[in-house]
Design a protein around this ligand. Structure first.
Ligand SMILES: N[C@@H](CCC(=O)N[C@@H](CS)C(=O)NCC(=O)O)C(=O)O
Length: 202
């Protein structure tokens, strides 16, 4: 049985709920308190969410890895194009980009915004990281172009990943996003499976 641990309204867990909803996979949600308990850290030493447990002792963190695991284990699914599909490379690229380039930097900014002493909130590293994220987001807007989704005209795992990264940037940090990406976020939020996932999140 797929068991997904998440904070109440944890942003990255939403990616996984959305994927499960879209693929029709049954899943169980375990809400993790913040700060994480010792019992949770015994399962996932980092205390981060999301965290997946599945049959045969699978127990992993990293949302993008979990999404690829679910797609491979329970697919095939059109959310992850096959290796001969022209969209395959783009989907992998933007899934990883959403965390390695966007998510990791945004986490640093969240720490600075909410936890750093006043003197460090806008230091050189924070300003440089903000500029990098702004440029990365402009790049996403360029790649999206006039398409509905990152892989063209069909929804993919890349959109589920990107939706969260943009959501944290705009929602938690209050930063602007280009109009094209605002329209893209609205398109994603209108997906029925996304709406079902939102209900599982809270
Ligand atoms: N790269 C990780 C990032 C995980 C992450 O930072 N999750 C946040 C919540 S959305 C979190 O657990 N923050 C608290 C912490 O890391 O202690 C992933 O994609 O799963």
């Amino acid at each position: 049985m797929i068991k997904i641990y998440n904070f109440a309204r944890g942003a990255r867990g939403l990616r996984l709920f959305w994927q499960c909803e879209e693929m029709g996979l049954p899943y169980q949600v375990e809400t993790v308190t913040f700060p994480p308990s010792a019992a949770y850290r015994a399962l996932n030493r980092l205390g981060s969410v999301p965290f997946l447990e599945d049959d045969a002792g699978v127990a992993i963190n990293e949302s993008v890895a979990i999404m690829l695991y679910l797609a491979q284990k329970y697919g095939p699914t059109p959310l992850l194009p096959g290796k001969d599909d022209p969209a395959f490379a783009r989907v992998l690229q933007m899934m990883v980009f959403s965390e390695a380039t966007l998510g990791a930097s945004i986490n640093t900014l969240l720490n600075a915004h909410f936890s750093a002493p006043e003197v460090d909130k806008h230091n050189w590293s924070v300003r440089g990281t903000e500029l990098r994220v702004q440029d990365a987001i402009a790049y996403v807007a360029d790649l999206l172009g006039e398409n509905s989704f990152l892989a063209g005209d069909r929804l993919s795992l890349a959109d589920m990943c990107m939706s969260t990264a943009l959501g944290i940037w705009k929602g938690a940090l209050g930063k602007p996003i280009p109009d094209r990406l605002a329209a893209y976020r609205e398109r994603l939020a209108a997906q029925p499976a996304y709406q079902r996932a939102l209900k599982a999140q809270s």
